[in-house]
Ligand binder design. Structure first.
Ligand code: UDP
Length: 393
């Protein structure tokens, strides 16, 4: 049966990384009585060690929250995937959403798209069609293939989804929803951020470094080199914990050297809006976070992008790619200090929530066939040249 108004839209959030982007979309739909918004909160949000960020979701003023703990410390990412699928599957049977909205490239998003697809629930994927390194690269495309609708950041992302065999009608360019927040005039001031997090300096760089799951053997050496250079630089740093991918323990253990250091302020996580203000006022950001590639260029803040995690992503003149060696990092820091601030609008103009809302008001979205077909764009000759084995001569 076709979905009826009010449409029940269930968002899945598993980390600070997706919540910052999904929040504007959630709030926009919630303000329209033709939609009923539900939020499945899981993943890192539920872990005290990573700052219990589920509380940020609650504070955002979203009423229909369901909290689900999908992991313990000893779980590997495949186990987290399995547990999320199990919990979400039970949940959707109870609340029967008309649509599941997932973001990005985390295992929780993959759980969301699989549970939706396997239960004939429409799945919308936000910010597919990107490329990167680490396991995220595989997960992101798998989420796209198990989603029915795509809301992408730009034309390039759209072209990549077309390459994956997705139909043109299923892809909508809305920009990156975090641009809505970055362009907002409501961001806190640096003074408010310093006060809220008790940061004792105004001149600083930001460090945000995640494990690359396919380079586990090298992480300890990578992070030790990084810390050596951070301390050697003589600068103040605001350091944020990594995400909870395989290898995160190694980074956290090494970060003990930074704890209680007078020039270091170390936090599990910051509220998105606060983090953006911090970033906007930083000398530069160092590490391998997507925010160095996506958000820093938007503000014109120099970013030192280390190693392979953001491989193949869009680069601009304010992004300095560097190897994870002492010399490489030292040179990159010197360069970042001299790099002029040039802001670039690469991922939309801050209108994503409005565009998303308008598209979801189109009846065609809710009536479209849930069965997907691969749109074959291989040349005619290779499609008709299929060879038979055995049989007909
Ligand atoms: N972020 C945040 N608070 C923090 C650190 C990061 O809100 O303390 C945001 C950041 O602005 C970005 C997102 O989380 O939009 C993802 O950053 P992260 O480096 O955690 O993950 P990645 O996207 O690189 O996997």
């Amino acid at each position: 049966m076709d979905a009826q108004i009010p449409y029940k839209v269930m968002f899945l959030t598993g980390t600070r990384a997706d919540f910052g982007k999904l929040k504007t979309l959630m709030l926009r739909l919630q303000a329209d009585e033709r939609f009923q918004v539900h939020v499945f909160v899981t993943g890192m949000h539920m872990l005290a060690k990573f700052g219990s960020t589920w509380d940020e979701v609650r504070k955002a003023g979203l009423p229909n929250l369901y909290r689900f703990i999908n992991q313990n410390e000893s779980d590997s990412m495949d186990q987290v995937l399995a547990k999320t699928i199990a919990g979400l599957s039970d949940y959707v049977k109870e609340m029967t959403p008309d649509m599941i909205v997932v973001h990005g490239d985390r295992v929780e998003a993959l759980a969301g798209s699989l549970v939706g697809s396997l239960n004939n629930i429409r799945v919308a994927h936000i910010e597919g069609g990107e490329v990167s390194g680490t396991i995220d690269e595989l997960i992101r495309h798998a989420v796209s293939k198990t989603s029915h609708l795509h809301f992408v950041a730009n034309e390039v992302a759209m072209q990549r989804l077309l390459q994956l065999g997705e139909s043109e009608e299923s892809i909508h360019i809305i920009g990156s929803p975090d641009v809505d927040v970055m362009n907002s005039s409501d961001l806190p001031t640096l003074g408010e951020v310093k006060h809220y997090y008790d940061i004792g300096f105004s001149s600083y760089a930001v460090l945000l470094f995640h494990p690359v799951t396919t380079e586990l053997k090298h992480i300890r050496q990578q992070v030790d080199v990084l810390i050596d250079e951070v301390l050697e630089s003589g600068q103040n740093f605001v350091v944020l914990y990594p995400n909870n991918d395989h290898g995160t323990e190694i980074i956290l253990e090494a970060y003990e050297r930074l704890r209680n250091h007078p020039r270091i302020a170390l936090y599990p996580s910051m509220r998105f809006e606060y983090f953006l203000t911090l970033l906007r006022n930083a000398h530069y950001i160092l590490g391998n976070s997507s925010s160095g590639i996506r958000e820093a260029p938007h503000f014109g803040v120099p970013a030192i992008n280390l190693g392979s995690r953001q491989n193949n992503r869009v680069s601009t003149e304010t992004v300095i790619n560097a190897p994870l060696t002492r010399e490489g990092i030292r040179q990159a820091i010197a360069l970042a200090e001299k790099t002029p601030r040039i802001a670039r609008e690469l991922f939309g103009n801050g209108n994503s929530a409005t565009a998303f809302h308008q598209i979801l008001l189109e009846p065609a979205i809710w009536n479209a066939d849930i069965q997907k077909s691969f749109i074959d764009r291989t040349p005619e000759s290779s499609r008709t040249g299929v060879r038979q084995t055995g049989g007909v001569k």
